[in-house]
Design a protein around this ligand. Structure first.
Ligand code: HEC
Length: 177
């Protein structure tokens, strides 16, 4: 009888011993307060930023190359050997690197000229010229403050450069019928 009673109370007694120990440990972990306590901070109302949580969607540019997510452009006046499939591939690749300076859809930015028109600074706009200038980059810009590195700084194969050039060519023909 005694034994069963003892074995029943032992775990309970152990718990009572553990509780003050846990309390002591918890109080030891409390961060030290500076003398006099923390300085009182008056209530700061949350800053309201109008339009921040619901920004307007970006304008849709035909040929927008955001990782290929944008609408595809339908190429016109493609030279022999250049296909719509190349243009589509090129649009994906253009979105990886070139949009940094030439913007989505080649609309241009303060870092690089627009490529979606027939105005050219360095070339006359023929497909082989576009291939060469992408490969070479532009070390001596005519209007823009920065240079364009070879292949825009991207690591593209000659085949991929051909595809990007196809897309740039197609962009330049957008206004044509
Ligand atoms: C770091 C910025 C930058 C990047 C990235 C860049 N470019 Fe350029 N690009 C320029 C600048 C600057 C020029 C020359 C502007 C000038 O002459 O004033 C230029 C010129 C060009 C031209 C000739 C335009 C003309 O009017 O003659 C083409 C074509 C071109 N870039 C295509 C591309 C393509 C395709 C890519 C991606 C592979 C690319 N660029 C990446 C900055 C950039």
């Amino acid at each position: 009888m005694r034994e069963t009673h003892a074995s029943r109370t032992r775990p309970a007694r152990a718990l009572w011993l553990a509780l003050p120990l846990a309390a002591a440990l918890a109080s030891a972990c409390k961060p030290e307060l500076p003398p006099g306590g923390y300085e009182a901070v008056s209530h700061r109302p949350p800053r309201v930023m109008p339009g921040w949580s619901h920004p307007d969607p970006p304008a849709v540019t035909p040929g927008m190359g955001l990782g290929g997510g944008g609408p595809k452009i339908v190429a016109r006046n493609l030279p022999a050997g250049v296909t719509q499939a190349m243009v589509d591939q090129g649009q994906e690749l253009f979105g990886q690197v070139c949009t940094a300076c030439h913007s989505a859809g080649g609309t241009g930015s303060t870092a690089g000229p627009a490529l979606n028109d027939k105005e050219w600074l360095h070339i006359s706009g023929a497909y082989p010229e576009i291939v060469s200038i992408i490969n070479a980059g532009v070390a001596n810009p005519k209007q823009y403050p920065g240079v364009m590195p070879p292949r825009g700084g991207g690591n593209f194969t000659p085949e991929q450069v051909g595809q990007i050039a196809a897309y740039v060519f197609a962009l330049s023909q957008q206004g044509e019928s």
